[in-house]
Design a protein around this ligand. Structure first.
Ligand SMILES: Cc1ncc(COP(=O)(O)O)c(C=O)c1O
Length: 448
């Protein structure tokens, strides 16, 4: 057993000793909840962590331990917990009715603000990232009368059939690197659906051009996470997003940005604004709702006409729900202003600089990748530019780091190698410093 395995064993023991109440809840839950959780990605090793409450930048587990929350509810918590503006919006909305399935004025305000930030004029709402990208697939097909959609290998776009293709599969299943095959990610996805989703490697314009040319006239659109955020963080190389825009436009293929994770967290107008590339459709969810379930799609007049004229019936009982709209309005118009982004940038700089220093001082085989309020440590010395590079990263390092952070009072997302930290507007320098102290202890322990 090497040093890393030894440390993992030690830290897992500490984890279990610290959290008997969580273990007891998991045991009770397995009788009532399939697998003992409410979503499979809530499971962590060596045990599921049950939470009781959050406040500002902190959360508390069922055993009473307090943590700096860098998990951020998988990318939702940009406003932090219990932000007064969002609490006020929800509290004043709730007694006046939380659901009508008829539109309320807040929906117009939210759509106008998203339109201003993304430069896309027309919007519709739904209730999750999965619904947002599902609408995008449907919309691209409806608008073009074509069936094929291109996605990037290793990118996650939610759990509907068309998107669950080549997401987190093993290398042996993926086919040749320059010509990946489409493969189901998990059971229950019909082969007929898999065949309609074509897969290309990230950061590879030649491969995209080849697929579009081979399937000329058959491809409705491409869905793209402009920064891959479910394989650590993989940045687009210079010119990649512009190249994708050009290739799709020149072939009459629509481009949808999945900004479920990047939207609002990487900047006020998401990756589209940050990288200066405007897609035909944008998908949002997560941070937009300030902690309430939400989803949205925005698009050009030309694309959204298909919805406006009823060709594609974009529907949903809870779409534009009053509670969601109130929380989203407060998040967008009262919380995420210029000052908030300045604060987030300053904290992010402290995270990156501090992490770089620890990595260098201890010679850790890692590097930091950060964009806006999101960032991660990638435990590889060489840069990761595609999902296949990411697969080669030894995940024991991230698990061990996750355990050190967790036992040291910093809650990072449990799927360590794939996930990132999220800072919030309520985080402060001392929150960042606790992360850096844990990183220092981890690095010293591994080095020793
Ligand atoms: C990029 C991306 N798209 C879509 C989704 C699906 O969102 P949801 O979990 O709200 O359905 C996720 C979720 O993590 C995501 O990261």
């Amino acid at each position: 057993m090497d040093r890393l395995d030894q440390l993992i064993e030690e830290q897992e023991r500490i984890f279990l000793e610290r959290q008997p109440a969580s273990a007891a809840l998991t045991e009770r839950a397995t009788t009532h909840l399939a697998g003992g959780v409410t979503s499979s990605w809530q499971i962590s090793r060596p045990g599921t962590v049950w939470l009781t409450h959050g406040e500002g930048s902190r959360v508390w587990d069922a055993d009473g331990h307090e943590y700096v929350d860098l998990h951020g509810g998988y990318g939702v918590g940009l406003a932090g917990h219990g932000h007064p503006a969002i609490v006020e919006a929800i509290a004043s909305r709730a007694p006046r009715g939380t659901h009508f399935a008829q539109p309320v004025e807040d929906a117009v305000l939210v759509a106008a603000e998203l339109g201003r930030r993304w430069g896309l004029p027309l919007w519709r709402f739904n209730n999750s990232g999965t619904e947002a990208t599902m609408d995008a697939f449907h919309l691209m097909r409806a608008a073009t009368g074509r069936e094929l959609v291109v996605k990037v290998e290793g990118s996650y776009h939610g759990h509907h059939d068309a998107a669950m293709v080549s997401v987190y599969n093993a290398l042996e299943e993926l086919g040749p690197a320059e010509r990946p095959v489409s493969v189901a990610s998990g059971a229950g996805i019909p082969q007929a659906m898999i065949d309609l989703t074509l897969v290309v490697p990230f950061n590879d314009l030649d491969a995209l051009a080849r697929v579009l040319d081979e399937r000329e006239g058959g491809v409705a659109g491409m869905i793209l996470e402009p920064v891959l955020m479910n394989a650590g963080i993989i940045l687009p190389e210079d010119g990649y997003l512009e190249g994708v825009r050009e290739l799709t436009r020149s072939r009459g293929v629509l481009l949808a940005f999945d900004e479920v994770k990047t939207g609002l967290t990487v900047g006020p107008g998401g990756a589209a604004e940050r990288f200066g590339v405007t897609p035909d459709i944008v998908c949002l969810a997560k941070a937009m709702g300030g902690g309430v379930p939400c989803g949205a799609i925005g698009g050009t007049e030309e694309v959204m006409r298909v919805i406006a004229e009823g060709e594609y019936e974009q529907v949903g009982t809870f779409n534009g729900n009053p509670l969601t709209m109130a929380a989203a309005r407060a998040t967008l118009t009262e919380v995420l202003d210029d000052e908030a982004y300045e604060h987030l940038d300053a904290l992010a700089e402290r995270m990156v600089k501090g992490s770089d220093e620890v990595i260098e001082r201890h010679g850790l085989p890692a590097h930091v990748v950060a964009v806006g309020a999101k960032g991660c440590l990638t435990f590889s010395e060489s840069p990761v530019r595609s999902y296949r590079d990411f697969l080669a990263v030894d995940d024991r390092w991230s698990h061990c780091h996750w355990l050190f952070q967790h036992n040291g009072g910093v809650f990072l997302p449990p799927w360590g190698k794939a996930e990132q930290w999220l800072l919030s507007v309520q985080h402060a320098e001392e929150d960042v410093d606790r992360f850096l102290e844990n990183l220092e202890r981890f690095a010293a322990a591994v080095g020793g």
